[in-house]
Ligand binder design. Structure first.
Ligand code: ZN
Length: 176
């Protein structure tokens, strides 16, 4: 973790933070809870107490059964079906030999608890319709659609799943 100075967008106060833009869950398993509780990538301004977001994306690494997985936690303002491609194109030219690394993009609201992330980063599997909905909410495009469809398979009358499914299908049309 390196020290960095950031400027509060609200009151312009400059303050020092211990910046963290990547997390390895194998080295720091305790960070999983922080991530799920929305406690990463936000720093409170010491003057006006505004929560300042540091980066628009954070990299979380997880190695399981010798497979390295990279999870890009991306600010929700970028949540659209083609963003993964855009992100990897911008970042990957600087990263060497990523062929064996599996890459995932999940969309989060930094500073808020992230219900759906436990199915991505934790070992839990979605079971109920609400589990599938919360997972779908952190994904985009086909991946999100699959989750809302699974929720509807459990309960075809679930209005939230129906609405989200239609929104996602519309987005897919707009971005393709
Ligand atoms: Zn401030």
């Amino acid at each position: 973790m390196e020290k960095e100075v950031i400027i509060c967008p609200n009151c312009s106060k400059e303050f020092e933070i211990r910046a963290c833009s990547s997390i390895n869950l194998n080295e720091e398993p305790f960070r999983l809870k922080q991530i799920l509780n929305g406690k990463i990538n936000v720093y409170k301004c010491p003057k006006c107490k505004t929560e300042v977001k540091y980066k628009s994306h954070i990299l979380v690494t997880k190695i399981k059964d010798e497979v390295t997985e990279w999870y890009w936690l991306v600010s929700k303002k970028h949540q659209e079906p083609t963003y993964k491609e855009t992100l990897l194109k911008t970042i990957l030219p600087n990263v060497q030999s990523t062929g064996l690394i599996q890459q995932h993009v999940v969309f989060v609201d930094f500073g808020k608890p992230q219900e759906g992330l436990k199915f991505v980063l934790g070992d839990q599997k979605p079971q109920s319709e609400s589990d599938w909905i919360s997972l779908g909410k952190v994904l985009a495009g086909e991946e999100a659609i699959r989750c809302f469809q699974k929720a509807l398979r459990i309960n075809s009358k679930n209005l939230e799943a129906k609405t989200l499914l239609h929104q996602e299908l519309d987005k897919l049309k707009t971005y393709s």
